[in-house]
Every structure is written in C-alpha cells, then in structure tokens.
Design a protein around this ligand. Structure first.
Ligand SMILES: [Fe+2]
Ligand SMILES: [Fe+2]
Length: 188
C-alpha cells in the first residue's frame, strides 16, 4: 500500500513533502493502532493529508471556488490553509477515497476543529511530530504524545497557537474551538 500512494504523490509533491507525508502516514498508523483504530485508515489519511500542499495560493483559492468549498475570512488572507479542504475534495474526486473519517482528517489538519474525530486528531498531531520534523522541543512533545495522546495533542495545539501569534498570523476560529474543546476535556 505504501508504494501505491508514494507513486501517486510523486507527480504532485516535492521530495521533502513526500518524505513528510510518508512520516505522517507511518506515525498516524501507529497512533491509530494504539487507539484501537484501523492502521490502514490512519496510514491513508496521513500519507494523503498534504495532497494539495504545493498547489500555490492562487490555485488553492480558484480550486476552492471551482469545488464550491467555503472560503472564510481567515482563509481569504491565508489561502495556504485551504490545502486541507481542497486536498480532501481532490482525494475524494481523483483517488476515489470516500471514507468520511479519512476525508475529515485531511480537511481539518490545517486548523483543527471542535468535534473532529479521533483519526483527525491523530493526523493533526502526526503532522507536527513525524520523524522528519525538527524544532526545539520536538523530542519532548513526541515523548508526551507516546505517554498520553490527549496531553501531547494539547501541547501540539498550544505550540501551533504560539507560533501563529509569534508570526502575527491570523488565528483561525476553528483552532480556538479546538483548543477550548481540549481544555474542556482536560478539566472534566
Ligand atoms: Fe498540511
Ligand atoms: Fe503536513
């Protein structure tokens, strides 16, 4: 199965993003199995999550329009965020992937969201922590995720929000909702 998807991505993604995607696929498979979910679904969602990552912002906007996908005000300013929803729709149309959990994981990996399922949470975390990612504190985050998935995910969302604020990017409301949901779960 790995070979099938690797071949598919060869025409769409640079070597660096393909390596990243394979890392996310493999990590998502492990995390899915650890949570009693399908490893195959985890792998598929992970390896395909960045299907639209290298389309360019102009193409993402026009493709979102063509596909009838919503473009909210934050995505209008940061069109790169659209590679989640555009990617999910292209994977459905071009590759025939219909599994709603896989499509949700691809769609939501850029901003997260309230009420997203376990597979989408896994891909969100694996996207940031797969083995080719390298930033200060990544090892610690990986360890935390291994010990306690939700605690690790919270730290991943926290570090993403910190990054967005430091860069003075717009913070997407879905990420705020995601954070609030996780905090609500932690405080239960
Ligand atoms: Fe991405
Ligand atoms: Fe990614």
């Amino acid at each position: 199965m790995e070979d099938k998807y690797r071949a598919l991505l060869r025409h769409r993604l640079s070597e660096k993003t393909r390596l990243h995607s394979l890392g996310v696929g493999r990590m998502a498979r492990e995390l899915a199995l650890a949570q009693g979910l399908s490893g195959e679904e985890g792998f598929t969602a992970g390896i395909l999550h960045d299907y639209a990552r290298e389309m360019g912002e102009g193409s993402l906007l026009s493709e979102a329009g063509r596909l009838g996908l919503p473009v909210d005000p934050v995505m209008r300013i940061h069109p790169i965020l659209l590679h989640g929803s555009v990617g999910a729709e292209l994977v459905r149309k071009e590759l025939g992937v219909e599994d709603p959990e896989i499509l949700e994981a691809i769609r939501c990996h850029t901003v997260g969201g309230q009420g997203i399922g376990p597979l989408a949470r896994i891909v969100y975390a694996a996207d940031i922590l797969e083995p080719s990612r390298d930033f200060p504190g990544v090892e610690e985050l990986r360890r935390t995720l291994q010990e306690d998935f939700t605690r690790g995910l919270i730290q991943v969302v926290e570090s993403t929000i910190n990054y967005v604020l430091r860069q003075r990017y717009l913070l997407h409301p879905a990420t705020v909702d995601f954070w609030n949901e996780l905090m609500g779960e932690e405080k239960k």
